[in-house]
Design a protein around this ligand. Structure first.
Ligand SMILES: Cc1cc2nc3c(=O)[nH]c(=O)nc-3n(C[C@H](O)[C@H](O)[C@H](O)COP(=O)(O)O)c2cc1C
Length: 303
């Protein structure tokens, strides 16, 4: 790898290897490559480093300074390196996987190993990202103890919020000045959150993480071009990857909401201030069994 490339953030093309076949030209999203003297040549600085050109080059002539080969190495299975053209994967298999994934609310105690969590992240980062920014971050909690510690911080936040929301005067006065958030929270969540807090304290019942022994917190840098979308797309891949690896998963929106308002949650996770949390995925071995697939509501489709 060429260290100048890293500084310049551009690809380099080895002219000893390039045959001038031109396959790299139409796949480049920013018209970065031209042919000069029968060889491919990168010409501008707007390269996204998306690896399209390198992946299309039959000679391996293109070096992408940021592309990391280890991202294609899963621990649980061997990933085939050949690209699969559209139409070559069985759609029935794909739909079966998608419809079989369920939000798990009954995790067993068995913890996940580091290799499983690494593989889940590799599923995640196959997602597209705005301008290929790939600035997503993954914060891992790999033991039940760490999940419980996060639950304590999050539940402390909701305990404070519930106290505020239970104050009728405060609630009403806030809604008068135009912020109805607390009133809506009181109407929709106060009671169930109160119940969850008291069951956590009383019976150590975990209605927040459902007993999960692992969590992946997916974030993104605030300066990413699509800070929200990238981590959410990665998240969906992780959920599907988890099911394929024999694991259950559940998104925990309550933690994302709490982290938006209470900076101590990011602090607890050692997530720096230039990042936001976009999803929290509880993971573990599911103790749930279904005999069929779920049916969805008919979607609203405009034609
Ligand atoms: C953004 C988001 C946040 C969610 N938050 C929670 C949560 O805090 N706790 C929970 O048990 N389930 C949560 N879920 C799971 C949904 O309830 C679940 O996806 C939905 O009921 C459909 O069920 P399925 O995932 O099994 O298909 C969340 C889902 C999404 C998409």
């Amino acid at each position: 790898m060429n260290s100048n490339n890293i500084l310049n953030n551009v690809i380099s093309i080895d002219h000893q290897k390039c045959t001038g076949c031109q396959r790299c030209i139409p796949v480049c999203p920013v018209d970065n490559i031209i042919i000069k003297q029968k060889k491919a040549l990168p010409v501008n600085e707007s390269c996204l480093l998306c690896d399209h050109c390198a992946a299309t080059c039959p000679e391996g002539a293109i070096d992408n300074p940021k592309a990391d080969d280890s991202t294609l190495m899963f621990n649980s299975f061997e990933l085939k390196r050949e690209w699969m053209p559209p139409g070559q994967f069985d759609p029935a298999q794909l739909a079966h996987l998608m419809y079989s994934r369920r939000s798990c609310r009954n995790f067993g105690p068995k913890e996940l190993c580091a290799e499983q969590l690494d593989d889940l992240i590799k599923f995640g980062i196959s997602a597209p990202s705005g301008t290929n920014s790939q600035l997503w971050t993954f914060t891992l909690l790999n033991t039940r103890e760490k999940v419980v510690a996060l639950a304590e911080v999050v539940l402390a936040y909701y305990q404070k919020l519930n106290k505020l929301a239970a104050n009728t005067l405060l609630r009403k006065s806030l809604s008068v000045i135009g912020n109805r958030e607390l009133e809506i929270y009181f109407r929709d969540y106060h009671e169930s959150v109160e119940d969850a807090i008291s069951r956590w304290k009383g019976q150590q019942e975990d209605l927040l993480f459902h007993g999960a022994p692992a969590v992946i917190v997916v974030g993104n840098k605030t300066h990413a071009s699509c800070p929200r979308e990238d981590p959410l797309l990665a998240t969906q891949n992780i959920l599907l990857g988890a099911h394929s690896l024999g694991l259950g998963s559940c998104l925990i929106g309550f933690v994302v909401e709490a982290a938006k308002r209470d900076k101590s949650i990011a602090g607890h996770l050692k997530i720096p201030s230039d990042e936001r949390i976009y999803s929290v995925i509880a993971l573990g071995y599911s103790q749930e069994r279904y005999s069929g697939l779920p049916r969805r509501n008919k979607p609203l489709i405009r034609r």
